[in-house]
Design a protein around this ligand. Structure first.
Ligand code: ADP
Length: 549
């Protein structure tokens, strides 16, 4: 191709095989590398794991001078530093957390005129005096090859993750004119892309973009029933009897339990993996799984970092992932070899409450709000049984995906039952008003089934005894099926109009879920907020539901 005619191509190709010990470039890597070799600014927008690092590491090795890489995380820097050292690349790093003696040693080497190919820094380091004079010295001697801003989205305040020291990076262009800049990120909406470009003063026509779509992954979402484990066992036995898979669970106990049931009851080759295990046990299980001696690993999200097993044929979520980003990363461990892999997510409202309770067990913070937001978006995903799953996941990454390209590789695109959209705003308002009124009475605690019964106008003894049947709104949603009402209440929960309080019974430790109003009923704002109660999104019409509304 044209790029292979470039004068520096032989050098680049040799570095790929000899230094990085890789066979070929992945999609767009060579394109970006050529721009970098030519001293241009680049903006690289590739999904995680697609090989962004090579786009600056390889040219850094091939070029004279030092490439300064600004990275937000110590762990990322340590990993890349270690990997490059192992390949024999001359690389240095400066971190706030380094031991004094270690940092002095790095400074001594830099001060003596040694110019490593790459210097990794956290952004805070860049502002320090010693660093400024080093960079100025390098620039005047023509040895400042490039600035690389990893996780460049942190420079904008559009997103929720934002870092003060990153904002200062907007001065790089004026402080070091003529030094090219690479900006790298896996996630940026069009607004964020524009903002990054402006703030860094990048001279680019457009970002280099790679879709986050994983066309060989099949996405399926199913409600979780009591029989989930036998469903999972059947799925594995029928579809992947001799193949490798991952089952994600939300807790350590659950991992152990699920692995045990799969082994003992279903004779499957499964073992658990979680952060509570001793390092040597974890290493052993991972090794057994990687080598194929055990086929199924039942793990918390602690499992996955650095997993590069190519032939994972299925990824099952036994409980909800914490976020759509997490879901994308976890399912992304399937089908690395490009062959089909199936991703099944089992969801339940109970798992949602559990997660919410865990999040709310922490002191209030921005982080906590973000986590709550994340799990609500997951609920939005699992309950949207109409829109292409892929399109939904990719929308989370600000990618506009045409479902035609899904090629029936998700359960929503495969399902051709007709869709209906039902607007239940008015019902939701009635329900909230009834709830507000019932919860003002003595013995006011309501469980979700009791609330549904009240909305249906049940004459059950407890409803009568507590006087609920006298409420004018009792029975005001009798035209709706239990299924629709359950869905409605769920939506009000996810949107935070109602919440759940869990009360442990005195006798047997059994937990009962009670509904509570999250927007305090005493607040005058309550009534005003009600009209914004969401309507039920589009849903598939299943047998027997047609007459319900
Ligand atoms: P990103 O920064 O985009 O998340 P990385 O740069 O960390 O991704 O790369 C992810 C993995 O892909 C690494 O293990 C890396 O060695 C590997 N990789 C990158 N480029 C290639 C390539 N051309 N051929 C094979 N493996 C590659």
């Amino acid at each position: 191709t044209e790029l292979e005619d470039k004068p520096y191509y032989p050098r680049v190709k040799e570095a790929l095989t000899k230094v990085f010990r890789l066979q070929s470039f992945r999609t767009l890597q060579l394109e970006v590398i050529c721009d970098v070799m030519e001293g241009l600014d680049v903006f690289v927008l590739f999904p995680t794991g697609s090989g962004k690092s090579l786009t600056f590491q390889l040219p850094a090795v091939c070029q004279d001078g030092m490439t300064i890489v600004v990275s937000p995380l110590k762990s990322l820097i340590l990993d890349q530093h270690r990997a490059l050292r192992a390949l024999g690349v001359d690389v240095e790093m400066l971190l706030g957390e380094m031991a004094d003696s270690q940092r002095k040693e790095v400074w001594r080497r830099l001060g003596s005129g040694h110019v490593p190919k790459i210097l990794y820094l956290t952004p805070e380091r860049l502002e320090m005096d010693g660093m400024r004079s080093l960079l100025q010295r390098l620039q005047s001697s023509g040895s400042l090859a490039r600035f690389v801003i990893d996780e460049a989205h942190l420079i904008t305040d559009w997103g929720r993750s934002f870092r003060d020291a990153y904002v200062q990076l907007n001065t790089l262009r004026t402080a070091y004119p003529g030094v090219p800049i690479s900006a790298l990120t896996a996630t940026a909406s069009p607004e964020v892309q524009g903002d990054i470009t402006t703030r860094l003063h990048l001279k680019i026509h457009a970002p280099w973009k790679l879709s986050a779509n994983r066309p060989n992954l099949d996405y399926d979402v199913r409600p979780k029933t009591k029989n989930v484990l036998s469903e999972i066992a059947d799925f594995i036995k029928n579809n992947h009897p001799r193949e490798t898979g991952i089952i994600y669970c939300s807790s350590r106990d659950k991992c152990e339990e699920v692995a045990k049931v799969l082994r003992d009851k279903f004779q499957l080759s499964a073992k658990h993996y979680h952060a509570g295990m001793a390092d040597q046990d974890k290493a052993q299980v991972q090794e057994e799984w990687s080598s194929g001696r055990i086929r199924i690993i039942v793990a918390t999200i602690a499992f996955g970092m650095g997993i590069d097993k190519p032939d994972v044929r299925y990824v099952i979520h036994h409980s909800l992932p914490n976020s759509l980003n997490g879901y994308y990363q976890e399912t992304g461990r399937g089908g690395r070899d490009g062959k089909p892999a199936q991703c099944i997510l089992y969801y339940s409202t109970g798992d949602f409450y559990n997660r919410l309770r865990m999040i709310r067990g922490n002191p209030p913070s921005q982080m906590r709000d973000a986590e709550e937001d994340d799990i609500r978006r997951v609920m939005g995903y699992v309950t949207n049984d109409v829109q292409c799953r892929r399109a939904q996941v990719l929308a989370f990454f600000h990618e506009d995906f045409d479902p035609v390209h899904c090629r029936q590789m998700c359960n929503n695109c495969r399902d051709n039952t007709p869709c209906v959209t039902e607007d239940h705003t008015a019902d939701a308002q009635k329900a909230l008003r009834l709830f507000e009124s019932l919860s003002r009475r003595p013995r006011a605690r309501l469980t979700p089934p009791q609330f549904i019964a009240a909305l249906k106008g049940s004459k059950a003894q407890m409803q009568v005894e507590r006087g609920w049947t006298n409420d004018p709104l009792h029975g005001s949603c009798s035209h709706l099926s239990n299924d629709v009402l359950a869905r409605l209440i769920d939506q009000m929960l996810w949107h935070n109009f109602l919440s759940i309080e869990q009360v442990r019974g005195s006798k047997d430790g059994y937990c009962q879920n009670y509904l509570t109003v999250s927007l305090s009923a005493a607040q005058p704002a309550f009534a005003q907020l009600m009209p914004t109660c969401p309507s039920l999104g589009p849903k598939r019409m299943r047998c027997g539901e047609a007459s319900s509304s």
